[in-house]
Design a protein around this ligand. Sequence first.
Ligand code: PLP
Length: 366
Amino acid sequence: MPRPIQATIHSAALRHNLARLRAAAPGARVWAIVKANAYGHGIERAYEGLRGADGFGLIDLAEAERVRALGWRGPILLLEGVFEPRDLELCSRLNLWHTVHCDAQIDWLAMHKTHAPHRVFLKLNSGMNRLGFAPERFRAAHARLSALPQVEEVALMTHFADADDAKDISAQWAVFERVTEGLPGERSVCNSAATLRHGHEGAVRADWVRPGIAAYGGSPDHPLHSAEHWGLQPAMSLNAKLLAVQQLEAGDTVGYGSTFTAPGPMRIGVVACGYADGYPRHAGTGTPVLVDGVRSRTLGRVSMDMLAVDLGPVPQAAPGSEVTLWGRSSHGAILPIDEVAQAAGTIGYELMCALAPRVPVGVDPA
Ligand SMILES: *Cc1c(COP(=O)(O)O)cnc(C)c1O
């Protein structure tokens, strides 16, 4: 019998979240961001739920090949552009749109031989200082790129550093508006947080939005707002079963380092999930879990293959009982991945991406 742990990708939730994002940014086209193997969901597994998008944004060329192999003939955008000149041959062959964020990428394009000119997204560094042309250099780059016979259309993009917090987008948006004023071309600036918070503003939602985390049902600005607040449903569930039940007396301890001590008699369950499955080891005592759909908490340190949970709220639980680490229990109850991430000092993005290869993953098409 396989180890009793299973991740499930919910196609219906992906479709639902995509519809929510469309409603939040009416009229904008949607790049579904599927970098990092669709945020750990698996590009092939997520495709059924996300194929209603207008395009797919990603980073690895190998992932672009996988999206084409699924039969997708629409737009694909390389969010960091190409990494070396010969990548442009694959762009030509697979008809990929690509970001241009530096002079070297323009040099490579100028030397590239192609029959069909490329569509590119010119990236402005409006203040995040990761990728993109500085404001004072953006227009020169735009002029040079637009003049190349290898280029068919130049769209304009930037990326926000603070769309998910109180600082918000206003400073960077002002830079983008000023620098791109009067330039032709489509525009794209919104990640999930900006799409949900500013998608009702026509100028900001622009021509294309680029949501990632929200498509997978994570809140981009937890704990300010929950996924439920944004009307999002979890697209990934991680469920395991109880392997054993222990009866503790006052003073008994749990797990490595004996970090949890029972204050009195209590029943605990041992779950077939550990950090080698991608569950965060930094999640200390008190991290939320569902046992048979009922909310409880973890106890002690997470081991490689197991963790312990409090069975106080679920006296009927026994070996074989379902434990939901995040997402949807088979009883229908939901444990937001953002709450688990917060308890571990991280964000839902990281937990999704870290789902370990040893965990079997199924697709729930409903
Ligand atoms: C990852 C990424 C996104 C999506 O960000 P979310 O916060 O997951 O919505 C959008 N644009 C770019 C350029 C990205 O790299």
